[in-house]
Design a protein around this ligand. Structure first.
Ligand SMILES: O=C(O)CCC(=O)C(=O)O
Ligand SMILES: [Fe+2]
Length: 433
C-alpha cells in the first residue's frame, strides 16, 4: 500500500502522520483531503449515486480540500471555485477496492478483508436496527450498574439520558462538591497511548496483579456543575459487561459475576461472527491460521464492550486493544450516526495505516493477528449524518432525544470476549489473597 506520507522525514511514525493529516482543523471550512490517499482509502457502503452520498454533499470530495498552499491563497482559490453561490463539491472519484478480498457471508451479504483478520461488512444493520441500537446505547447502556466515563467525577442521576430528554437544563453536581473524599489532582483523562508500546497481550495473572495495585479512581477537584445536556455531550464511553479500568489497562475480574452483557446486542455479534467463512478469511494468512477460529461460530459470545460516544470534534488515538485473554478472538465494532475515518494499520506504528470510512450501519470485525493492528479514529466526518436520523413527529420522546444527540455525534459499539470458553479462573483465594 502506498502512502502520501511515506518517506516524509520526521520523527513521527507513519501512523502519527496520518492521524495528524485527518485531525487538522487549522483552516476553517477546509477538510482534510481524502483524495490524497488515492486507492488506499476504503469507503464500502457509499451510495451508488454521488447525489445521494452525505459525504459528497457535505463537501468532503471538494477539490478545495486538496489545496496545499498558504491559507490566504487557499481563500482566493476557493472563492474562484464557487459556481455562483454554490461551493464546488467536485467529483467523487471511482474507488477501485483493488487488493481487497471479498468473502461471501452465510446470510448472503458480503464482507471485505481490509487488513489481515479484519473484515468490513458494509450496511450490516438496517435503518431500523440502527435506530434501535442508537436508542439502546443511550437509554439502556448508559444506566447503572454500567460505569460511564463521567461516573467517577459526577453525582449522576440514575437515568442521565432521561433527564437529558425531559429536563436538559437540570444541574448535576461534580462529586468533589457533594462528598468529602480526598480530592484528586487531575481532570478526567482522554485515552492516551504511548507511541512505542509493543503490541502484546497480558495474561490472567498480570491482570490480577494490576487489579491489586488499583486503589480506585478519584474524583477530580477541578470540575464545575453541569447541565444534563452538557454532560451528555461530555460523555465519552459506557462500559458493558466486565468492567475495564482505563488506569490499569485491565479488566476488573475479581467479582464472581460480570454485569450481564445486553442479550440483543450479543445476538447481533454472535450472528455476524457465525456468518463469516473463517477458513477463507485466514486462507492466506499463515500467522493466524492456527488462532482457533474453527470454534468461533459456536462459542463466540461477547462478555464485555465499550460504547464510544464521539462529538464531531472528538478523536480516538491510535491503540491496540490487548487486554482480553484470547488475543485472537473477534472484536465486533458497530457504527451509528456520523461517518468516521478509522485508521487501520499493522502491529507497528511505522507502517502507513489505511483510512477506512465507517458509515452508520457498518460492522468491522477484528480477529486473528488483526487484533494486534493499531487503529484509531482521527476524524468524525462533519455533515455526514444520514437523513433517517432527522427527528419526526412519529418518534417517541426518547427517540427524539436520541436523534437530537446524534445530530452532533457518532456512536461506536465495540464488543469483545475477555474469557475464552472453558477458561478456568484460578480460585479467588489463590489469586486475590
Ligand atoms: O470508534 C471506533 O470505530 C473504534 C473504537 C475503538 O477502537 C475502541 O473502542 O477500542
Ligand atoms: Fe480499539
Amino acid at each position: 500500500m502506498s502512502s502520501p506520507d511515506a518517506g516524509a522525514s520526521t520523527h513521527h511514525t507513519a501512523f502519527r502522520l496520518a492521524e495528524k493529516h485527518f485531525k487538522n482543523r487549522a483552516v476553517k471550512d477546509k477538510y482534510p483531503s481524502l483524495r490524497k490517499y488515492g486507492d488506499s482509502l476504503v469507503d464500502l457502503s457509499r451510495p451508488n449515486k454521488q447525489e445521494d452520498d452525505e459525504l459528497w454533499k457535505a463537501g468532503w470530495w471538494s477539490p478545495a480540500n486538496d489545496y496545499e498552499g498558504s491559507t490566504s491563497n487557499w481563500k482566493a482559490w476557493v472563492f474562484a471555485s464557487y459556481k455562483g453561490k454554490e461551493r464546488d463539491l467536485g467529483e467523487r472519484p471511482h474507488l477501485t477496492m483493488s487488493g481487497l478480498k471479498e468473502v461471501k457471508l452465510g446470510d448472503g451479504r458480503v464482507g471485505w478483508i481490509v487488513a489481515p483478520g479484519c473484515i468490513l461488512i458494509p450496511n450490516l444493520l438496517s435503518i431500523n436496527d440502527q435506530l434501535d441500537l442508537l436508542h439502546s446505547s443511550l437509554a439502556e447502556y448508559t444506566r447503572p450498574p454500567n460505569p460511564l466515563s463521567l461516573s467517577t467525577h459526577y453525582d449522576l442521576p440514575p437515568n442521565l439520558f432521561e433527564l437529558y430528554a425531559t429536563q436538559p437544563d437540570h444541574i448535576v453536581q461534580p462529586k468533589h462538591m457533594t462528598t468529602s473524599l480526598s480530592p484528586a489532582k487531575e481532570a478526567p483523562k482522554a485515552r492516551t497511548t504511548i507511541e512505542t508500546e509493543p503490541a502484546s497481550v497480558i495474561g490472567y495473572e498480570e491482570i490480577i496483579a494490576r487489579n491489586k495495585t488499583w486503589t480506585g479512581d478519584t474524583p477530580s477537584a477541578k470540575l464545575k456543575e453541569r447541565t444534563a445536556a452538557q454532560l451528555m455531550a461530555e460523555m465519552r464511553w459506557a462500559n458493558l459487561g466486565w468492567v475495564y479500568q482505563w488506569s490499569t489497562k485491565s479488566y476488573e475480574l475479581s467479582s464472581d459475576q460480570p454485569i450481564p452483557f445486553p442479550p440483543g446486542l450479543a445476538d447481533i455479534c454472535k450472528r455476524v461472527v457465525d456468518s463469516v467463512p473463517w477458513d477463507q478469511v485466514f486462507e492466506q494468512d499463515s500467522e493466524s491460521r492456527s488462532c482457533g477460529w474453527e470454534s468461533w461460530p459456536e462459542d463466540y459470545a461477547p462478555d464485555t464492550g465499550i460504547v464510544n460516544f464521539y462529538q464531531t470534534k472528538d478523536t480516538l488515538m491510535g491503540h491496540v486493544d490487548r487486554s482480553e485473554l484470547d488475543p485472537a478472538r473477534p472484536l465486533v465494532s458497530l457504527s451509528l450516526g456520523h461517518s468516521a475515518i478509522l485508521l487501520l494499520g499493522s502491529s507497528s506504528r511505522h507502517d502507513p495505516p489505511r483510512p477506512v470510512i465507517l458509515r452508520s450501519g457498518d460492522c468491522l470485525i477484528m480477529s486473528g493477528t488483526g487484533r494486534q493492528a493499531y487503529h484509531g479514529v482521527p476524524r468524525i466526518l462533519e455533515g455526514s449524518l444520514p437523513a433517517y436520523f432527522t427527528p419526526s413527529d412519529k418518534d417517541t420522546s426518547t427517540m427524539k432525544a436520541a436523534k437530537r444527540f446524534i445530530s452532533s455525534a457518532r456512536v461506536n459499539i465495540n464488543a469483545r470476549q475477555v474469557f475464552p470458553p472453558g477458561f478456568k479462573r484460578p480460585s479467588k483465594d489463590a489469586t486475590l489473597a
